[in-house]
Every structure is written in structure tokens, then in C-alpha cells.
Write a protein that binds this ligand. Sequence first.
Ligand code: XMP
Length: 428
Amino acid sequence: MKDTYAYETVLVIDFGSRKSQDVARMIRKQHVYSEVFSYTKALEAINEKSPKGIVLCEEGNADLVASLEKKAEELGIPVLKTTEELDLDALNTSEAEQTVKDFLFVRCGVQASWTMSAFVEKATDDIRKQVGDGKVICGLSGGVDSAVTALLVHKAVGDQLTCIFVDHGLMRLGEPEEVVKTFRDRFNLNIVHVDASERFLALLEGVTDPEQKRKIIGTEFIRVFEEEAKKIGDAKFLAQGTIYPDVIESGIDSKGTIKSHHNVGGLPEDMKLDLVEPLRLLFKDEVREVGLELGMPENLVYRHPFPGPGLAVRVIGEITKERLDILRQADAIYIDEIRKHGLYNEIWQAFCILTDTRTVGVSGGERTYAYMLGLRAVNSTDAMTAEWYPFPHDVLQKISSRILQEVPQVNRVVYDVSSKPPATIEWE
Ligand code: XMP
């Protein structure tokens, strides 16, 4: 699908800086549409997009910068150069914001017309044009990207959309029911709810290696999805929740050269379906705004990220229904307390880990030998690096005493004080 946006556009030209996305986000925060292109595609992008302004991010290649500036001058397009005019290491300052505002509204003379309600109108129109009267399928995971995609496609083409929700049995407490209830009862979406938990658990029996767990789950997920998609029959389109950072990152590698966009969202190769990707030009905070615009409940819009393999990578060692249930109970208490203390939206991601270590304890005068549970909470902006979250001690105390009281299979709770790197966010 060609990205034909009727919005006034400001291009951010990337010369290998990790800050290009941040600059584009700053521009969009001012309600001006902005796209990132590698310097190797800069001239093409200028011709194609007819931008109202250009930001050169860390000009590394003097000849190319000069030719871009010359071209921009011929066309009468203002250019903002970083380091000279905008310090990439100080983008979060009010000074930087003012520089960007002056550039956009004074030098480029653009209007602040990029809003999510305008986006929803245009996106639904585009979906209708692309899809015609064809059938669309969409994998719903409960995550915000797939949920917003489904709601947007549903708004555009209603019952032509069928969502497939594969429950692999590795979700959190009450999660499958909540997802199905929300989207079926509240939004009237056609949902095929596949309870494949026994299939997944059977395949995972005895598997302890994290990468093998991921591989088994990924392969089986696609298999189940394809089976269900075939049952739906004559679907022509697959709606996917690909978002802009995925598109940029698959398009620009560290040398600034272009990689193929193929398989951005892990589409199975042999499915002959055309992609509908209505969020492919949105940043995550914009996706959330669209969700709110479409009436999605806040607890879904602002949910912490959850990995595709689910609780499988949070049950260390062997995965059994019993061990998953222990983790579910503890995790529900942890998140409940975080919400009660008003901290959920202060934290990027929080979850429990059931270890395979048992420790000695005592309860009611009796010796116990039960699991040690890990608590993890981190803050991050892009999941590439992360800092452990400094909970107030009384909150940790409350969480720990509730878990120890309410989950008898756990007799020891530890808090993970490791940042990424060298640790990762998940334990497996
Ligand atoms: P790590 O553990 O690598 O995680 O620091 C970074 C972010 O990615 C999530 N994560 C995954 N997401 N499939 C996913 O869809 C996976 O296999 C996977 N492993 C980690 C993790 O929850 C964190 O948000």
C-alpha cells in the first residue's frame, strides 16, 4: 500500500543517528506529520513527499549534505541542521522544543493538523479503498497494537473482519476471557477464540531451554493461526499491527543502508494474503491515542508490554499447568498492588518470575520446601536498555506479604535489582 498522506510533511533524514526517531516524534508532538528516511533515500523521498521542511540528523557525509541543501534551496524548502541548530543530546529541553516549533511554524509555515481523530478518518477511508468487499482476518493477542488494528479495521469494514485469538495457555490470570469479552461483547467484533492450551503444553512438556521454548511456541502459533484462517475460507487480507519503529528499524540498519521490509511482522511466507497495516506510520504513543479515540478501555490502552511466548519465559525450567497457575496467582497479586498504589503507569513493565529453585521455610511451626519467586519491574523507553524500578519499601513489603500469605507454593520472594545491560528484562 502506498503511503499517501494528505498531511504537510517534514522529513527527518537519518545519517545513522539513533536520535532520528526522537526528532520525528518531537515534530509529531507538535501535530505536524514527520517521516524518517535514510540519507541514501533522501533525494527520492524529497521528490516523492514534497516536504515542507527537512531536518538533517547528524550530518556525516559532507558532499551529500551539500547536495541535499542545494536541492532544498532550489525547491525553497527550509532545512534544520542538528548540532548547529538542534543539540541531539538535549532533545528533552524546552530550548530544543522551541527550536523545533520555530522551525515548523515560522520557517516552514506548516499548520498543526496532524491529529489522531484526523488520522482515524483517513485510515478508515484508506482501509475501505484497499479492502473493497474482501474478507479480512486479524490475529488478536490482547496487546495494544493488534487491538487497535482490529478496532480500526472493524470501524472501516465491520463484519468483513474476523479476528483470531489463539490462547496458547500461557496468558495471565483472566486474560483470555477479558480479551474475548471486551472485543466480542463491547465492540461486537467477530472473534474466533481458539483454546489451544493443551496442544502447546503437550509440546512444551519437559522443555527447559528458553530458545527452544520460544521456537516451539512461535512455530505452533503460526500453525494454529493458519488452520483457523483456512477454516474462515476466502479471506483476502491479513491485518497486522506493525508500527512505525518496526518499519524504520527494518528499513535502516546501523550503516544507514536499506534492508528489505519483508517480514516486518513475522508473516508466514506461504500465506497468500495481502497485508493491511493501518498503524505502520504511527509511533506507540500515537497508537495509544488512536485506541482511546476508538473507545478502547484505558487498562488495555496502557498495558505493559507482554512477550509473545507469554508466561513460558517466566516459568524457569519446566512448564506445567500447575506451575503456570502458581505464577498467575502471584503475578495477579503483584499487579493488583502496583495498581492500588497508583504506580502502574509509572512503570514500563512489571511481572513475576517463578524460579525452579525451592527453598526451606517455615509455616505454622512446620518446615516448608517451596518455590522462590522473583519480582521484576523496570523502566525503559525502547526496551533496548532498562533500569530497575526503585519501589518504596512499604510497597515491596505489602506485595511480598500478600504473595507469601495467598500463594502457599511460594515461601520466598526476591526483588530483581539488575538493569539492562547486562541483564535482560525477561529472565529467559
Ligand atoms: P529482553 O528480555 O530481551 O526484552 O530485555 C525486551 C522486551 O521484549 C520482550 N520480549 C519478547 N517479546 N517475544 C516477544 O514478543 C519474545 O520472545 C520476547 N522476549 C522478550 C520483553 O517482555 C521486553 O518487553
